[in-house]
Design a protein around this ligand. Structure first.
Ligand SMILES: Nc1ncnc2c1ncn2[C@@H]1O[C@H](COP(=O)(O)OP(=O)(O)O)[C@@H](O)[C@H]1O
Ligand SMILES: [Mg+2]
Length: 293
């Protein structure tokens, strides 16, 4: 068992008091392992930004425990928190948050000025990151001359400059066209897979969910694992096809069990002779490792 990079327990965050009290986050527990890419989705106002701000040590919770790389955040002073953020966490925001007065390269280098270690090494890393993200030709440009996709790639390079173990991105593809969004998804995916970093992304982007190890759903301040809990795969008892019970609309209840079917034809054959088909595996949940990709 590896130590999680991030572990949060029973996180609650309230804003205001009395009749204006809002429970933005209401008892969330989550862990992230090295190399894992996890997404958080949910309706607007469900607490996504508040939650990732707490998980990223930008905001203190009202109660609950957050550990990053083993360190209990509640035991740290504000100054220690900001050092931990600089060293261990890279942030990517929907609105890029680049410094307009600085060149692309200086934006990427900026967090290195807050971290220990030589600027020399940081400069070499910045140039390698710019090269890797296809930005070498834009290294001296000012942010306002860049496209949205280029800006977000600069923001990703900046998030990676101090070699953090945890990357947190809040709707990183929200302001991008489809092609640039796709590039950003692939880059974040590589960061998790090839570099073993934990990547947590708030997103509604289907492409991100496709490459995610886990898809967490936040509603009214609480989290659910949608891939594991809700998306049960079952077999059509007639033709044995694997079906996603979550989206399947053709079903019949028999003997206290709900059976799902690939088509009306299979459903009719089942209803004509249910006993013939209610054998071993029918209607049962298929274990995770045997589900279709
Ligand atoms: N600083 C704040 N002060 C008061 N209420 C806040 C503050 N930040 C967020 N909220 C409230 O907390 C809830 C969750 O907000 P947020 O985390 O931004 O949701 P999401 O990112 O899912 O849209 C909302 O009801 C929002 O109005
Ligand atoms: Mg938000």
């Amino acid at each position: 068992m590896t130590t999680p990079i991030l572990s949060a327990r029973d996180i609650v965050k309230t804003f205001g008091e009395g009749h204006t009290l809002v429970r933005a986050v209401d008892g969330v527990s989550v862990e992230l392992q090295p190399g894992e890419l996890v997404t958080i989705t949910g309706p607007s106002g469900s607490g996504k930004t508040t939650l990732v701000s707490i998980l990223g040590a930008l905001l203190r919770p009202s109660s609950g425990e957050v550990r990053i790389d083993g360190a209990d955040l509640s035991a740290l002073s504000d100054a220690e928190l900001s050092r931990l953020r600089a060293r261990s966490i890279g942030f990517v925001f929907q609105s890029f948050n680049l410094l307009e007065a600085l060149s692309v390269r200086d934006n990427v280098l900026f967090p290195a000025t807050l971290a220990p270690g030589g600027t020399r090494a940081a400069e070499a890393r910045a140039d390698a990151l710019l090269e890797k993200l296809g930005l070498t030709g834009r290294r001296s440009a000012l942010p306002r001359t860049l496209s949205g996709g280029e800006k977000q790639r600069v923001a990703i390079a900046r998030a990676l400059i101090n070699e953090p173990k945890l990357i947190i991105a809040d709707e990183p593809t929200g302001n991008l066209d489809s092609k640039s969004g796709q590039q950003v998804v692939m880059i974040l995916h590589d960061v998790a897979r090839d570099q073993g970093k934990s990547v947590l992304i708030v997103t509604h982007d289907q492409r991100v969910e496709e490459v995610a190890d886990r898809v967490l759903w936040l509603e009214d301040g609480t989290l659910r694992d949608r891939k594991a809990e809700v998306r049960d795969w079952v077999r059509d008892p007639v033709c044995n096809m694997a079906l996603d019970a979550w989206t399947s609309t053709i079903f019949a209840d028999h003997g206290g069990t709900r059976f799902h079917f690939c088509s009306d034809r299979c459903r009719e054959r089942f209803l004509a002779k249910p006993d013939k088909y209610t054998g071993h595996e029918s209607g049962t949940v298929i274990p995770l490792e045997r589900r279709p990709k």
